[in-house]
Design a protein around this ligand. Structure first.
Ligand SMILES: O=C(O)c1ccc[n+]([C@@H]2O[C@H](COP(=O)([O-])O)[C@@H](O)[C@H]2O)c1
Ligand SMILES: Cc1cc2nc[nH]c2cc1C
Length: 352
């Protein structure tokens, strides 16, 4: 069996009994029932994902997947393609937004080259898993072959599979890739049947003229490639990206390993969406970090059925929202594990 098929066959719905046990444990803590709101939801879902009402909190890791996009040549981004490689080096030097926010929450950043159009050679810290030197221009034909898409998915799965032995208990997704909002918009348009204009926005900050052009390019890409929404790998290969495939694989691998995964913004969610379309039970293992400024994000989150944790007007990517949200998920689990019960603290219980 292929790694992908084996992973898909290992994904099971979470145990509703464990969720109820975790909630019962929360209800005995020294607080009015339900008064910690969504922190309680995070805790009981985390418990159900990991299969125990007393879950372990270990290492937190953000995987930031980087890749280039052939469609950049159509003028769909405010920034030049070189920024992808330049930002990878910034991540490795610890100077990017994701480095700051990961330090803030005590998470480690792992940078994965899925398909940057640059030969890095031996660069300390970089996880080199290049599947190709970027995708092809999907305004003219498929971004990748089906084989490339599956190879990239399997990179993400293997990274997730490695986590448990390394003491990682929560993963987060992140990405870097100039022009990748064009791919993410094409993916949600292909699945949802929404008009391209409804799901396409300004990415790094394009002006009105460039936005109209970006919409036309995505319409052209969908007409040229005709991705089949019933075949998520076809959608991924034709209008996706190598970093998006890596994210989809990571999310599948986390679900198969019963490991909670916190999904970042618009592009990360397009990867999570591919994973959920391949196997609907995946959605039970993910936390949606935040709602991105990108207008298409809402449609993705609705399709997955995920309620975002934060709304901070973020649109950076890299995993920045995931890092922040991870801190809140962890806070919820600490409440479950560390807070005193009424009996332990000698506090009188209420009557409801
Ligand atoms: O995560 C988001 O919601 C998000 C929204 C807009 C832009 N980005 C980041 O900006 C880059 C893509 O923007 P663009 O305009 O080049 O398609 C890519 O590196 C993403 O990490 C990220
Ligand atoms: C500078 C810069 C940093 C980024 N981080 C993620 N996407 C990005 C896009 C740009 C342009």
């Amino acid at each position: 069996m292929t790694i992908l098929n084996e992973t898909l066959s290992n994904i099971r719905p979470v145990d509703a009994g464990i969720m109820a046990k975790a909630q019962a444990r929360l209800d005995n803590k020294t607080k009015p029932v339900g008064s910690l709101g969504r922190l309680e939801e995070f805790a009981r879902r985390y418990a159900a994902m990991t299969g125990t009402p007393d879950p372990v909190l270990g290492k937190k890791v953000i995987f930031t997947f980087a890749a280039d996009h052939g469609v950049v040549e159509e003028g769909v981004s405010a920034f030049p393609k070189e920024v992808t490689v330049q930002m990878v080096l910034n991540f490795l030097n610890g100077g990017a937004g994701i480095n700051v926010l990961s330090r803030h929450v005590g998470a480690e950043v792992r940078v994965v080259d899925m398909g940057v159009d640059h030969e890095f050679g031996e660069v300390p810290g970089l996880i080199g898993r290049k599947v190709a030197r970027g995708t092809r221009n999907f305004a003219k034909g498929p971004a990748m072959t089906r084989e490339e898409a599956i190879a990239a998915l399997e990179v993400g799965i293997e990274l997730a599979n490695g986590c448990r032995a390394q003491g990682v208990t929560m993963a987060g997704t992140g990405e870097m890739g100039i022009a990748n909002t064009t791919a993410a918009s094409a993916i949600i348009a292909a699945f949802s049947g929404c008009t391209v204009a409804d799901v396409t926005h300004r990415g790094t900050g394009i002006n009105d003229g460039a936005l109209n052009h970006k919409i036309k390019i995505i319409e052209q890409a969908l007409a040229v490639n005709r991705p089949d929404p019933k075949d998520p790998i076809d959608v991924l290969a034709k209008v996706g990206g190598l970093e998006i495939a890596g994210i989809a694989g990571l999310v599948l691998g986390c679900a198969a390993n019963r490991m909670p995964v916190v999904v970042d913004g618009f592009i990360s969610t397009s990867g999570a969406l591919i994973a959920c379309e391949l196997c609907p039970a995946v959605k039970e293992y993910l936390f949606a970090a935040h709602e991105s400024v990108e207008i298409g994000h809402r449609f993705m989150l609705e399709r997955i059925g995920a309620e975002p944790i934060l709304d901070l007007q973020l649109r950076l990517g890299e995993g920045t929202g995931a890092a922040l949200a991870m801190g809140l998920v962890e806070a919820g689990v600490k409440i479950l594990k560390e807070m005193a019960t009424f009996a332990e603290a000698g506090v009188a219980e209420g009557e409801y």
